[in-house]
Design a protein around this ligand. Sequence first.
Ligand SMILES: Cc1cn([C@H]2C[C@H](O)[C@@H](COP(=O)(O)OP(=O)(O)O[C@H]3O[C@@H](C)C(=O)[C@@H](O)[C@H]3O)O2)c(=O)[nH]c1=O
Length: 181
Amino acid sequence: MQVLETTIADVHLIQPKVFGDERGFFLETFRDDWFRAHCADVHFVQDNHSKSRQGILRGLHYQVEKTQGKLVRVVQGEVYDVAVDMRKSSPTFGQWFGAVLSAENHRQMWVPAGFAHGFYVMSPTAEFVYKCTDYYHPQAEVSIRYDDPELNIDWPLIDGQPPSLSEKDDKGLAFNDAPTF
Ligand SMILES: Cc1cn([C@H]2C[C@H](O)[C@@H](COP(=O)(O)OP(=O)(O)O[C@H]3O[C@@H](C)C(=O)[C@@H](O)[C@H]3O)O2)c(=O)[nH]c1=O
């Protein structure tokens, strides 16, 4: 496994080593010892799996209490995955980092606690799986609008069409009104 640095110090891309042979491939997707040594000394307590159609955007989400670090990847299809720094004292406060994660590139993104997170589905469907460092706590959940002008995230929207959002995400907060850490 290899850590690829990003434009935000604490956000990492992880490139696992993939062993291909005539049967297909094999890779280790998570090792506690490696993750603690190279990424973050955290403990994961919940795993999630979602499937979405092309053009769907989930996010940008975070929990203000029981903050979650998330180790995210795609097992089918392709998404554009984004982390936004919500830590007021951070030199990269309000900045975002985005990367393509796909079943093909096997890349993972480490989104630490203190970040909002979201993704846009580029392939006909995508299955997204992730590990979280704290449990789901809906009372503490915040959604920020994906198209907030302050954040100005460069989503690779297909044909420039607006993405499909959940009702909750459609009513997302402006970045300037959202709680920070
Ligand atoms: C996230 C989550 C949802 N749910 C339930 C609540 C709801 O009925 C249904 C769908 O929830 P949501 O619409 O919030 O799912 P979704 O929009 O996929 O939410 C996720 O988005 C991505 C971007 C993240 O970063 C995640 O942390 C999470 O917030 O699943 C759980 O039971 N446990 C969970 O951990």
